[in-house]
Design a protein around this ligand. Structure first.
Ligand SMILES: Nc1ncnc2c1ncn2[C@@H]1O[C@H](COP(=O)(O)OP(=O)(O)O)[C@@H](O)[C@H]1O
Ligand SMILES: [Mg+2]
Length: 616
């Protein structure tokens, strides 16, 4: 109960106005519903010729609270008085037609009110899910990279689609539960009390008992539903992986294996959802049964009252009473259904909250300092680890402005990690990184990242045109600038040779391009951004010799007059760096110029020899 009030408090407030309108319409429609049944009573009496009560007009009086209450009786009396007037004035058939017209009229307004109640609810339900999706998306953008190495991508997609929809239905259910059905139930109960309080007392005693039984069934629903959604997320990550790996799956004839993996998980998902659905569907027959039992009890009790000629209720009133009671069964049923939906929704909310409430470990400073890069960037005795073991151990390194610093070393020695610390993709655990002496944690992330351009091993392109991929992250670039950047990056030629020139789409993740072309686009992107510091993480490693030459050529132009941190696997590409740092198991074990390091006969020389690089 507390959870779902909290759910409403979090997502519904912007839509209070609509909610209010919807509630008013619901009340209106319930009242009109009662009215239609009140019209049925005189029709029945007319047909059965049972009426001998004479109604007289009673004046209304609102001068005090007591008399106002009395006016309610007057209202009921005058309603029947008015109908008896019709009955007296016209012959029976005409009176029937008039009453029938009233019935239709009242129903027109009632259904209109019902429609409007839904009408005003729609902005609420669509608004709530839109807000949640937006929140998740912004959160995904703001969470640090580390968060996503723990979560599966497909599962995150499942949360933003399936779970959000589940929350929608649960929010709607809880609104029904809090505002609509109780209102209807109360209005119908009042109507029933007006007709016969003795019978109603009976009903009020039985209803809570029925509610309790229903609640017991709903209890386990949330937990099973959570497991179900979790499994759904897993299933989605399998799809995501399959889509990404289709090329390899086909090449290795692994279709059967992947299909089996999927169908197994799919089967698990099915069996969990079967349990959830079966339990959920119990709401319906259970409430049907309990409702009928109460009606049966009321029927027996009311019937004996009439047979005893008790003045508590007349035959026609009893029929109206039972009709209203039937009306009450529906909202009561909906209420129990709501309880079940809410359980499912809360399970989904828990999953969505894993994202929404995730703490961002990489935070902007409260009072950020402006960024400057006049002198140098410095790593001061830094330590870093992803999990248990240290990946970077006590590294100190200065990158002076205008210099090219190279990081070399075996794969896994921590080169990329060291570079990722600069734009604060991760934060150091011990030590500090400073830029012009200022800790980078004192600078806003936006400003800090403005200073840097990154070209990494796998060029990341978006499913968009060349033009938009190059201008990505740069506002107000002119076409001339974009073309200039593409020329510097050796990309202009193949771009204009493509079908629509700069407006050709590059395909999903740039799949319509070769590796070298992709890389040159991402270099053009860096050229256009024109950052003071350039980080090249194995930018040419994935390329063949021919495109490597083109890309290296582009890189050389990009690096001119710029500070560069270059990570390279092929040592030939870093020969000319101002300083080469050799990393080994998270430490910088040697640094100096190519010649110095060769003459030292240490790690670097051995690396060169392994690559058959002439150490001359
Ligand atoms: N996201 C990550 N989560 C956990 N461990 C990682 C992650 N990225 C890299 N590592 C580990 O950190 C070490 C250094 O990796 P990396 O910096 O990529 O090396 P290099 O770029 O020199 O090849 C490796 O042992 C690798 O397994
Ligand atoms: Mg690397």
């Amino acid at each position: 109960m507390k959870d779902f009030l909290l759910l409403l408090k979090r997502f519904v407030p912007p839509y209070k106005k609509y909610l209010g309108l919807s509630i008013i319409m619901n009340i209106l429609s319930a009242l009109l519903n009662l009215l239609t049944f009140a019209i049925i009573k005189p029709i029945l009496e007319l047909l059965f010729k049972t009426t001998d009560i004479v109604y007289n007009y009673q004046p209304y009086d609102f001068s005090s609270f007591g008399s106002a209450l009395h006016s309610l009786d007057a209202l009921k009396n005058n309603f029947f008085w008015y109908i008896s007037e019709i009955l007296n004035r016209y012959d029976a058939t005409t009176a029937l037609v008039i009453l029938a017209l009233y019935l239709v009229g009242a129903t027109v307004f009632r259904t209109l009110a019902m429609y409007l109640a839904f009408y005003f609810m729609i902005p609420v339900r669509t608004g709530v899910v839109r807000d949640i999706r937006n929140r998740i998306n912004s959160k995904i953008l703001s969470l640090p990279l580390a968060f996503f190495s723990e979560e599966r991508k497909g599962d995150i997609i499942a949360r933003i689609s399936g779970d959000v929809n589940e929350i929608e239905s649960s929010v709607m259910s809880s609104l029904d539960m809090l505002f609509k059905n109780p209102v209807l139930i109360i209005i119908y109960l009042i109507g029933m009390t007006v007709i016969s309080w003795q019978l109603t007392l009976f009903v009020i005693l039985v209803l809570p008992l029925a509610g309790y039984i229903m609640g017991q069934i709903g209890k386990k629903l949330k937990k099973t539903s959570y497991v179900g959604q979790q499994q759904w997320g897993y299933l989605m990550s399998l799809v995501e992986e399959t889509l990404g790996g289709l090329r390899i799956i086909k090449a290795f004839n692994a279709e059967d294996k992947i299909a089996k993996r999927f169908s197994n998980s799919n089967e698990t998902f099915r069996s969990i959802t079967m349990g959830v659905f079966r339990r959920q569907q119990m709401a319906h027959p259970m409430s049907e049964l309990l409702g009928t039992i109460t009606i049966a009890i009321v029927l027996v009790y009311g019937g004996t009252l009439i047979l005893d000629n008790n003045s508590a209720i007349t035959g026609s009133s009893f029929i109206v009473y039972l009709t209203v009671f039937y009306l009450l069964i529906n909202p009561a049923k909906d209420l129990t259904k709501s309880v079940y939906s809410i359980q499912k929704g809360l399970a989904s909310l828990e999953r969505v909250d894993k994202i929404l409430k995730a703490e961002s470990t990489i935070k902007d400073p409260v009072k950020p300092f402006p960024v400057t890069f006049e002198r140098e960037i410095e790593y001061n005795n830094i330590w870093f680890r992803y999990s248990e073991s240290w990946v970077i151990k006590n590294v100190s390194l200065a990158i002076e402005r205008g210099k090219t610093i190279a990081l070399v070393g075996q794969s896994g020695s921590g080169k990329s990690t060291l570079a990722d610390l600069l734009p604060r993709f991760y934060d150091v655990e011990k030590g500090s990184i400073t830029i012009d002496g200022r800790d980078i944690r004192e600078i806003s992330l936006r400003d800090l990242r403005k200073v840097m351009g990154i070209v990494s091993q796998d060029a990341i392109l978006f499913n968009d045109s060349f033009y938009n991929n190059i201008t990505f992250g740069v506002e107000n670039a002119t076409e001339a600038q974009v073309e200039e950047a593409a020329r510097i990056a050796n990309a202009h030629e193949f771009i204009v040779a493509s079908e629509h020139g700069y407006h050709t789409n590059v395909g999903d993740r740039g799949c319509k391009l070769s590796g070298g072309q992709r890389q040159r686009i991402s270099i053009a992107r860096a050229v256009l951004k024109n950052p003071p510091l350039l980080i090249l993480d194995e930018a040419t490693s994935a390329l063949d010799t021919e495109s490597e030459r083109l890309v290296q050529d582009a890189l050389d132009r990009l690096m001119k007059n710029r500070t560069t941190l270059v990570i390279a696997h092929r040592l030939s590409t870093v020969r000319n760096a101002d300083r080469i740092c050799v990393m080994h198991e998270g430490e910088i074990v040697e640094q100096g110029s190519h010649e110095e390091l060769i003459s030292r006969d240490g790690y670097y020389r051995r690396l060169c020899e392994m690559q058959f690089l002439n150490p001359k």
